[in-house]
Write a protein that binds this ligand. Structure first.
Ligand code: ADP
Ligand code: MG
Length: 315
């Protein structure tokens, strides 16, 4: 019997939506099934896996539906949009995994945990909401919603107005013990969808949902260090991390140290809204005692685990 090896696998938006022309539910299911097939490969190789995922476009769709039916139905607060998306994406992953496990004769089952993630009400991000969500609005609508609902709104580079919310730092995975118990029992767990549903504690210790968005890479890293995962794998749209990405002197990285990751991040090699938070999340995981991290794309997970591609980051 092998010793238990636990991996947190954070799947990016490309595991659900490949491009603008493939956004429907059947399209998302097809993309999910493909990614789940690759993750099933690592489960076959002996890994116990917790899958985390983003939900940006899906929450955008829920908000848009809610907005279009405002004249008839109550609107859906952002924390509930997050919960809805965790359920629906969890359902997709569970079904895709069930079907691939059946096909390959694997005695495994997957289950989704609706995951709340504690944030601090004092987080400076609440004073500077910066994460745009929902659709574009004209100026009168924006000021109307700002006055009526207390939304923070910003003008987005001539494209119109958008609501912005805070992106606070994750402090604690509220359902951590549940996730650990399920892993220990041999289940594949889907958790911390969309970075988790942000909640704060009131003075009495009760949880209250907040309308904010937690970065999914940060929350996944916190989960990985909290459950002492042996591997933090970020599955995204590129097979490796590069220096001078997209430039003539681009250089793919096979293996870097924590110190190098910090240095390259500081030198500006990793774009702010995309690779930057992934590298910062990996730094957080390794600094909290994590063992090793890997960045690659879904189709290369097997090869990367065999050391043939991907970017490894080690302490
Ligand atoms: P996800 O949905 O997985 O979070 P993101 O789009 O946020 O994906 O981040 C992955 C993207 O980061 C890649 O598709 C790539 O275009 C971009 N990127 C930015 N800087 C780098 C870099 N230095 N090396 C590799 N990819 C990079
Ligand atoms: Mg991203």
């Amino acid at each position: 019997m092998n010793e238990r090896r636990v991996a947190v696998v954070a799947v990016g938006g490309n595991s659900l939506i490949k491009d603008k022309a493939h956004q429907t539910i059947p399209d998302q299911y097809a993309a999910a099934a493909e990614s789940m097939g690759h993750i099933a490969g690592m489960i076959q190789a002996g890994w116990e896996v917790v899958i985390t995922h983003g939900n940006g476009p899906q929450v955008g769709f829920i908000l848009r539906r809610s907005e279009l039916s405002r004249h008839e139905l109550h609107e859906v607060p952002l924390d509930y949009c997050g919960a809805d998306s965790q359920g629906a994406i969890g359902y997709m992953f569970q079904q895709a995994l069930y079907n691939v496990f059946r096909l390959r004769g694997m005695p495994k089952q997957a289950a989704t945990v609706v995951t709340q993630v504690l944030v601090s009400a004092e987080d400076p991000a609440f004073k500077h909401p910066s994460k745009p969500i929902g659709s574009f609005m004209d100026e009168p609508t924006a000021s109307d919603r700002a006055a009526g609902e207390g939304w923070a709104v910003v003008e987005d580079a001539g494209r119109g107005w958008r609501r912005v919310v805070a992106s606070p730092r994750p402090v604690k995975i509220v359902q951590r013990e549940v996730i650990e118990a399920m892993i220990a029992a041999g289940f594949v767990v889907i958790a911390v969808g969309g970075g988790g549903i942000p909640v704060v504690e009131d003075p009495a210790g009760n949880l209250i949902g907040v309308e904010a968005v937690i970065d999914k890479d940060f929350a996944s890293a916190l989960l990985a260090s909290s459950i002492r995962a042996d591997l933090f794998l970020i599955s995204t749209a590129v097979p490796q991390i590069a220096l001078n990405y997209g430039k003539l002197d681009q250089q793919w990285l096979d293996k870097i140290s924590l110190a190098e990751a910090k240095q390259y991040l500081q030198q500006g090699h990793f774009a702010k809204g995309s690779m930057g938070p992934k590298v910062q999340a990996i730094i957080n995981y390794l600094e909290a005692g994590g063992k090793r991290a890997l960045v690659t794309d879904p189709q290369n997970i097997g090869r990367a685990l065999a050391g043939e591609t991907g970017t490894w980051v080690v302490p």
